[in-house]
Structure formats: structure tokens, C-alpha cells
Design a protein around this ligand. Sequence first.
Ligand code: FES
Length: 569
Amino acid sequence: MRSADWYGGNSKDSYIHRAWMRRGNPDSAFNATRPQIAIINTASDLAPCNLHLDEVAQSVKNGIWEAGGVPHNLPMVSLGETNVRPTAMLWRNMVAMATEEMIRANPVDGVVLLGGCDKTIPALLMGAASVNLPAIVVPGGPMLNGTFKGERLGCGTGVWKFSEAVRAGTMSQEDFNNSEKSMIRSKGHCNTMGTASTMGSLAEALGMVLPGTAGTPAVDSRLLQAAHESGIRIVDMVSEDLKPTDIMTIGSFTNAIVALGAIGGSTNAVVHLLAIAGRLGIKLTLDDFDRIGSRIPLLVNLQPAGEYLMEDLFRAGGLAAVMKEVEKHLDRSAITVTGKPYVDSLNGAEIYDNKVIKKYESPLQPEAGIAVLRGNIAPDGAVIKPAAASQNLLVHTGKAVIFESIEDFHARIDDPSLDVDENSVLVLRGCGPKGYPGMPEVSNMAIPKKLLEKGVLDLVRICDGRMSGTAFGTVVLHVSPEAALGGPLAKLQNGDIIELNVPARTLNVKISDAELAARVPSQAMTDALARPARGWEHLYIEHVEQAHLGADLDFLRGASGSQTPRESH
Ligand code: FES
């Protein structure tokens, strides 16, 4: 056991390690046969979606004691998606780095990862993958359905819809304000198929969650039961030496990408899965998402692409019922934290409500995964989620209306003199990993008021940033290379003719290669990286990779293992 390096023997050093850790623990807590398990806990008052994870941690602890292990709560930097500025994504890699370093630095033999809000599960998985000690994820689970005036009110999705309705004059400000109290009814993360729901589900499809756990509502007592059972299971995983590299293989990433299509998951999953794969040395590429996932039918009728919410999905049979429908697309060799094939966990899964989960033969949409676009605007790729887009805009030609920043957008979008119509293509740049910095979720730009008033609800929008998983629209995201690095997006001009063709997977500006090469990037993009930065932001801007590679730091790719560091005394 790795922890015996701290606690074993009769030296001055082992005395020190044991003595300070006694605090009521029995002598047997330091036996070489008892695994020391860290519960990496992202509970925080400022990450409200993870607020309840201390309660979950207690159930995990009970399971660990029961199985003969010794649990330790290890609070981790947390990220409240709605609070953290300029964007939680700026800090995902920092949490991943802290997770990796704190596992390795401590007397730990295995880890339980407690996350929920968007970036927390990806960051924990990235860090744990780089250390590669036995690890299991307990997703914190979604909150209960919100309702307003008798209708389901989904987190995020409702905000986008209602704020557009107020701007269009079809909803009163008073109703808008009142709806705010109805949205967040309970503990848990967003109840739409946003990034948190997506990443909890994909962690299970990757094999890193006890099957059947993801999607359990945060208030449901079965979540605490699963947490207890995960505590038991991690102790066994340590004795079996079942590590993340045994579980997260190229086969399990295939299963996660299939799941992403079938559930209509967030586009953010692309950067997160690429980054996790990067830590494992798995050669996953942007094109794999299109190749594996884009033809997978959309089976889950959840907001933002559909009607229902996570509580409904759980009641209707949950992720297992969905994955049973797409079983023929799954890699049968991929295993889970149980040590058994993922597909075995689907035996007996059933759909209990086919309004929420559709059969494979009668999907909500026939092809729903992420489409990867390339062209002279995005030589290294860009993504779009066709399931959340307007079908009539998937092949579209229109004139560019350029915004140099989200502040520029807010200042001008409702200007009556703005030269924009229903065929325009809104372009927002300077929102990439380095340029913002942190690649924020600003790409789903609001529709100009004067068009909303004419009943226009969607436009083609293009950006080098990300979009909330709860958002919708014909939005091309993650354009790579980003504008601040001098990518072609930085050279577009107002009035340029943009051609989007999702079936053909292309995104181009209709000018010659020679003209594009001759253009200079806009001054705003040249200036974007000129500002001073210190601390984490400085490190991040220097080292963050582009979106098509997962936006991890270049020096954090791969693993540095679980070797025990030098003694401290
Ligand atoms: Fe935390 Fe949506 S804000 S999951």
C-alpha cells in the first residue's frame, strides 16, 4: 500500500505521520492493510450546485469504514459556474492541477471524486487520471424540476428564453423577476441537459461511476446509498489495483461520445473529454466526435433541445435505458469501476416513459451528436450541436456582422442603426482560451431586439468561445485557432459573405486564399494578448492549448503517476 510509506515502521518520520493523524482514529487505522482513501470534495458555499456534497461525503465515509478503509475528506477548490469570473473554465485546469498534486502529496491509496457543477467533474477526472490511483466518481446529481405558471422551468434554458421574451415584449419584467424564485427548487446542479448533467452522465459512460448512479437527483436518498456503495467499492478497487487507465480506454471514450449524442449533451463535453483523454495519453481527436457521435440519434427529450428535465429522465429509466437503446454502437470491451464490462450494466434497463426517452427507431432527431466543421475560418476545426440548432439554418449564407468583444456586442446589438437582418451571421471574437482568457460561455449571442420584434428567434452565430450546455441556437463554437492568436476569425470584416454548410461540415468566408492571407488581424485581436497578467492567469495564457486539443495546459498533458514524493522532515 502506498500509504505505508508514510505510516509503516518505527522511524521518527512514521511516528510523526501517525501521531498527527490520530485524532481519535483507532490504532488499526494505520495498518498496512487498510487503504487510505481521500474523498476529494468540491463542496463550497460559493459553488451552490455542490453545496450538498458534504452530506454525500459522509455517506462515502461510512462506506469506506464499512469496507475496512480509512476515509479522509480533502476539500478541493470549487467552481460555481454562475459566480466565477471571468469564467469557470479559466480555473478548470487549476482545479485539475491541484487535484493531481494533492493526491500525490498525501498518504493516499485511492480517491473518491465528488463533483457536480460544470467544471468540477472534468477537473477532478483530469487530475485523478494524471495520478492514476484507483478512483471513482460520485456525481452530485441534478436539482428537482423547476416550474413557473404550470410549465417546466429549466435552469439556464429558461433564463435565455425568458430574457429574449422580455426583449421581444412578449413577457413582462414582473413575470421575469417572479420566475427567478421558481427555477432553483432544491440542492443539486442544473436540471437541464447542460454541462453538469452531461458530464455526470459521461463520467458514468466512461466507466468511472457506479452504474446507475449518474442522474440520481441530489435530494433522492438513492444518491446517498450510491455514495455509501461507492465508498465500499473504492476500498475493493485499491486491493484489485483497478486504476483509471484500466477503465478509461479508447473504448470507453467511444461509449462516452455515443452517450453524448443520444442524450443531446453539451458541446462543452468536447473540450472536457479531449482534455481527460490527453491526461491518459489516449489519442482522441475532434474528428472522433463527428465520426463516432454525429450519426447517433437524439433519444432524450430534455431541455435545451427538448421539453423535459433531469428528474424526468431519472424517472423514465435514466442513462441506462438510453444506453440500452444505442447498445450496438458501444464498445463491449470497456469496463467500469466494477471491473465488469459497461454493457453488462445495461442488462434489464427499460424505458418507463417514452415521452422522455425515445426508442432508437423513433428518435427525437435522427442525427444528434456534435458536428465538426472546417474551412478557411476554422482550419483546426469548430463545432456545432445540430440538435440545438434551427434546421433551416444548417445550410446558410449571410453577411458577417463583427463584434470585437462581448462588451462591444452588448453596446451595439440593440442599436437600431446596426446593419443586421434575418440573414446576417453574427461573429464574436476574442473569446478563445488565451484571448478572453478562459474561453467563456458567451457564444450564444442574443438576437438583436429589432429582429426579435419581427419574430426572428435564431441567427447563425460564430465564435471562438463556448456556449452554456443549457443554451440553444445555430451557434458555431470553439473556432480554432482563436482570433487572439491571429486565426482567420481575426481577419473577418463586416459584410464578408459567410457560408455555413453543416451537412458538408464546412465553414468558409467567400474570399480568396490570397486575400485572406493578405489581411491583417483586427487591432482589437492584436491587442488582446498585450495586457499584463500575473499569477494563474499569466501561467494559463502562456500554456493553454487551443480548443480542438481540449484547452488543457501544455505541460499538464499526460501523467506523472503516483510515486511517493521525498520525505518532508
Ligand atoms: Fe452549476 Fe449549472 S450552474 S450546474
